[in-house]
Design a protein around this ligand. Structure first.
Ligand code: ACO
Length: 275
């Protein structure tokens, strides 16, 4: 049982069927993000990125929380007045929360099983996809304790939420549930708690069937293109299109084209080619 895990490791890592389950593991502290958790996540993500057995990464939390955000005691108060230590810690946090996760070489899914506050929004939004439990509790709670949503929280929120919703929650700090998060597009969907894991596995299984070279290039290209002008995006995306074809060891494009045009064995509008 994850809730009573005896492990002292702030991050649990399990691999099964091509999925790496990364579990923030400080359930007694609602998986608040402490310095050891930050430094461990940097290592875990680096390890998973180069592990060929891992096709999809799922980020979740132990117990009844995804993560209660940054640890007020160990991340904030403990580093107050120590600018060098703070800079090192905050930089490492940015590294795992968005520099590694947003551009991760494999698809990532946030499985939001419970509380998700403040600083936890950054890794949530950095994951490519997010599925929440209907009864998960989200909140941009920074305003409630006298800070603004910083790190890159305000920037990340602006990426996925519309301005009215974002400003409402940035300014009120009001909590909302998984259903509401899904309606606002903060997560892809919400499901009853007892179906959460099964739905995430189902989604991971879809991703596992895709050509990994093309999947990696598609998601990273999407991330970069969204910040470009149309002219730049066009040129950049065509270069990435060529890159994916060039780097693809399974020559997916040629195989799929032949299966559709010559053998007439699959329809790309409706399914993935036979790999
Ligand atoms: N930082 C440090 N400790 C935390 C945090 C946190 N973000 N969240 C929970 N904890 C600790 C509590 O201090 C408590 O520790 P203790 O048992 O040693 O006293 C333990 O986790 C359990 O917390 P409770 O409040 O007792 O648990 P409860 O289930 O009643 O409430 C809740 C959970 C709602 C998550 C509450 O703990 C809470 O509001 N946490 C803060 C959420 C938040 O605003 N996070 C900061 C966002 S801003 C940012 O991240 C930049």
């Amino acid at each position: 049982d994850k809730a009573i895990s005896p492990s002292e490791d702030p991050v649990l890592l399990e691999r099964a069927d091509g999925i790496a389950w990364v579990t923030l593991n400080r359930p007694a502290k609602r998986n608040a993000i402490s310095p050891p958790l930050v430094y461990r996540m940097v290592e875990v993500l680096a390890e998973l990125e180069s592990d060929d057995s891992v096709k999809v990464v799922v980020l979740t939390g132990a117990g009844n929380a995804f993560s209660a955000g940054m640890d007020l005691r160990d991340y904030f108060r403990a580093t107050d007045g120590k600018p060098a230590e703070q800079m090192k810690l905050f930089r490492a946090n940015a590294l795992w929360q968005w520099k590694q996760l947003r551009f991760f070489a494999k698809p990532t899914i946030a499985m939001v099983n419970g509380y998700c506050f403040g600083g936890a929004f950054t890794p949530l939004i950095s994951c490519d996809l997010a599925i929440a439990s209907d009864d998960a509790t989200f909140g941009l709670s920074e305003i409630n304790w006298g800070i603004i949503p910083a790190g890159v929280v305000n920037r990340a929120v602006a990426q996925v939420m519309n301005e009215r919703d974002a400003m409402y929650y940035v300014m009120t700090g009001e909590p909302f549930d998984g259903r509401k998060a899904a309606r606002m597009g903060l997560v892809n969907e919400s499901v009853p708690a007892d179906q959460l894991r099964a739905r995430v596995i189902e989604l991971a299984d879809i991703l596992k069937k895709k050509n990994p070279t093309v999947l990696r290039t598609a998601k990273i290209a999407y991330r970069h293109a969204e910040d470009m002008s149309w002219e730049q995006a066009n040129d950049y995306l065509m270069a990435k299109y060529d890159q994916a074809i060039l780097h693809d060891p399974e020559k997916g494009r040629a195989t799929a084209m032949s299966q559709f045009l010559d053998q007439k064995t699959f329809r790309p509008g409706l399914e993935t080619y036979a790999r």
